[in-house]
Design a protein around this ligand. Structure first.
Ligand code: BTN
Length: 232
């Protein structure tokens, strides 16, 4: 297929509940900010469709829910939870390199459904030439840990992990998700740079707030950032 996100947009009207769309091959996968996403054979690519209506304020928080689910799945596959870290807003790192990315998209004019697109470098990582300057080096699960997992096996771990964290989110709200996410956060307490449209903000990574915003401590005081690319 072209992209599991496109497939989600075509199908959401027929779906009665949360539905995973898994692709073993995509011809037009996309990443965040209009970037191309490469999908070599053996890698995981799926979109979870949550039929709506989805409140805009809680939609973006699903990237934290999905990140925790990915962390659980990686820990289960490798037994090495400590090798994985979460990078705001929605990447998963392995040994400091990017192993997975998440792209959220709302479907329909009134937020009729939410698509959570997830790509994981299970078997292959794109070469450095494919990555923009300053971005983290892409890594694959196989090359970093030796763990050989098929996309179907990975989905069997990821789907129940997502359901667990989503149930916690529905029952208790964002607070426990936020705490668990911060416990696994990369570079907490360190100086990082957030690149916003037309501006760069450098400061100490203090926390993520109740709305999922990045909070940096800068010489001018705390800055809350809703959307940006982060550089270490
Ligand atoms: O880090 C990023 O930029 C997000 C990458 C998201 C890639 C996945 S692969 C499955 C789904 N379908 C797409 O076209 N993109 C997402």
């Amino acid at each position: 297929m072209d992209s599991t996100l496109n497939e989600a947009a075509r199908r959401f009207g027929d779906l009665r509940g949360p539905t995973w769309i898994l692709a073993l091959h995509q011809t037009a996968a996309r990443g965040r900010r209009g970037r191309e996403w490469r999908h070599p054979a053996g890698n995981f690519a799926a979109t979870l469709v949550l039929p709506g209506p989805i409140a805009p304020a809680t939609a973006a928080l699903r990237s934290f829910v999905a990140s925790l689910a990915l962390h659980d799945a990686f820990a289960a596959v490798t037994g090495r939870a400590g090798s994985f870290a979460l990078k705001w807003p929605n990447d998963v790192l392995l040994n400091g390199g990017k192993v997975a990315g998440i792209l959220l998209e709302t479907i329909g004019p009134r937020g009729d459904a939410l698509s959570i697109g997830i790509g994981v470098n299970l078997a292959q990582a794109p070469g450095a030439a494919q990555v923009e300057a300053g971005a983290l080096r892409p890594v694959s699960l196989l090359s970093e840990t030796g763990a050989s997992v098929t996309p179907e096996e990975f989905l069997d771990l990821l789907a129940p992990a997502f359901a667990r964290h989503e149930a916690q989110f529905a029952t208790y709200g964002f607070a426990p998700i936020r705490t668990a996410w911060m416990d696994r956060a990369a570079r907490r307490g360190e100086v990082i740079t957030a690149r916003l449209p037309g501006e760069e903000v450098t400061g100490r990574f203090d926390t993520v707030d109740e709305q999922g915003q990045l909070v940096l401590s800068t010489p001018q005081g705390p800055r809350r950032i809703a959307a940006a690319d982060v550089f270490f």
